[in-house]
Design a protein around this ligand. Structure first.
Ligand code: ADP
Ligand code: MG
Length: 339
């Protein structure tokens, strides 16, 4: 009997992996924005058309790539961010899997323009469905631009599965807001079908949150500050009287990465115990820093879930520090009286 097992060609493997990494235009937005952050950009521009279905472009002023790297970045498991398995325990970057660009290039038309500061000329590459179409030397500014067009052009089932522009736009907006909120020190701008939606100058946490959420947010915020050996907590929770019926404005960032955690959410709610009317939800914007070796973010390709070493201790610290902040806010008027 002849053997029947074959290794899949790269472009097929990439297309399969893409199913996991790229669900919708917003997934492309997230990966490209995070790559720009990892490239140490101080200015990042997001441009989309038709909710990202026709175009997602991210332009940064970061490190750029050499001509060799510009070509290699589309290969699967090609990354500059980790070299060995141990590096997974001390991650300082958003990316590390080296599969986003390979996946996106497998299922879209992609254009890369990139130049490093010290180079005279940059590189311009067009790749479609994992096939290199052209590669040229080009006059470019320092930094990188990725444009992704016609997402899922070769997977009609996926393309048809996309929701309305309104829904897809909402997802893109969520990703933009999460990355922009996680990195207030970076100037972000965002354009949809030619109109500017955001232009956020480099700022601190409070100004960035207010810039994204709306001017009225400022007066609702109570600062949270906690420093312990296993965690540092910064950020804001909202005064109980501003709690809402929906869960729209609840954000955890762990080591500058937006994450979802039902467990930590529960800790916040426990801190509000007795302060909220039934069923109302507080807004919160909480920035947690923990030693990288105490978390595992390699659970899912999109990395919105992470595992903490000592969840229970974090729960207790988070709950206590928010309770403390809310308490201080409550006694403030009495102290004013004493003056
Ligand atoms: P990962 O981010 O996990 O390393 P990606 O497929 O997203 O994998 O990117 C592959 C590599 O391409 C990165 O490791 C980085 O070296 C390079 N790269 C991607 N985007 C940029 C960018 N905007 N600026 C500079 N280099 C980039
Ligand atoms: Mg990446």
């Amino acid at each position: 009997m002849s053997s029947i097992i074959q290794l899949l060609p790269d472009h097929v493997a990439n297309q399969i992996a893409a199913g996991e990494v790229v669900q919708r235009p917003a997934s492309v937005v997230k990966e490209l924005l995070e790559n720009a952050v990892d490239a140490k950009a101080t200015d990042i521009k997001l441009i989309i058309k038709d909710a990202g279905k026709s175009l997602v472009q991210v332009i940064d002023n970061g490190l750029g790539m050499t001509v060799t790297d510009a070509r290699l970045c589309f290969a699967r498991h090609a990354t500059s961010k980790i070299r060995q398995a141990e590096d997974l325990f001390s991650l300082g970057t958003k990316g590390f899997r080296g599969e986003a660009l390979a996946s996106i290039a497998a299922i879209a038309h992609m254009e890369l323009k990139t130049k490093q500061e010290q180079d005279e000329l940059g590189t311009h590459i067009v790749i479609e469905g994992s096939k290199f179409v052209s590669q040229e030397v080009a006059v470019l500014p320092k930094g990188t631009s990725f444009a992704v067009k016609n997402l899922f052009f070769n997977i009609p089932a996926r393309r048809n599965f996309l929701k309305s522009d309104t829904v897809e736009f909402r997802h893109v907006m969520d990703e933009f807001q999460r990355v922009a909120m996680a990195h207030p020190n970076i100037h972000f701008s965002f354009y949809h079908n030619g109109s500017e939606l955001y232009n956020l100058p480099a700022a601190g946490y409070r100004q960035r949150i207010v810039g994204i959420m709306s001017g009225k947010t400022n007066e609702k915020l109570v600062p949270v500050n906690e420093e312990t050996e296993i965690i540092s907590i910064q950020g804001f929770v909202c005064k109980p009287e501003f709690a809402k019926k929906t869960r729209g404005e609840q954000f955890f960032f762990v080591n500058d990465r937006f994450i979802k955690s039902g467990y930590l959410h529960h800790a916040v709610m426990a801190a509000y115990d007795g302060l909220l009317k039934d069923g109302l939800q507080p807004s919160y914007f909480l920035y947690l820093q923990v030693p990288p070796n105490t978390i595992d973010i390699n659970i899912h390709p999109t990395k919105t879930e992470i595992k903490f070493d000592d969840e229970q201790a974090l729960y207790a610290i988070l709950r206590a520090s928010i309770k403390h902040s809310l308490g201080q806010f409550n006694v403030a008027p009495v102290l004013d009286f004493d003056r």
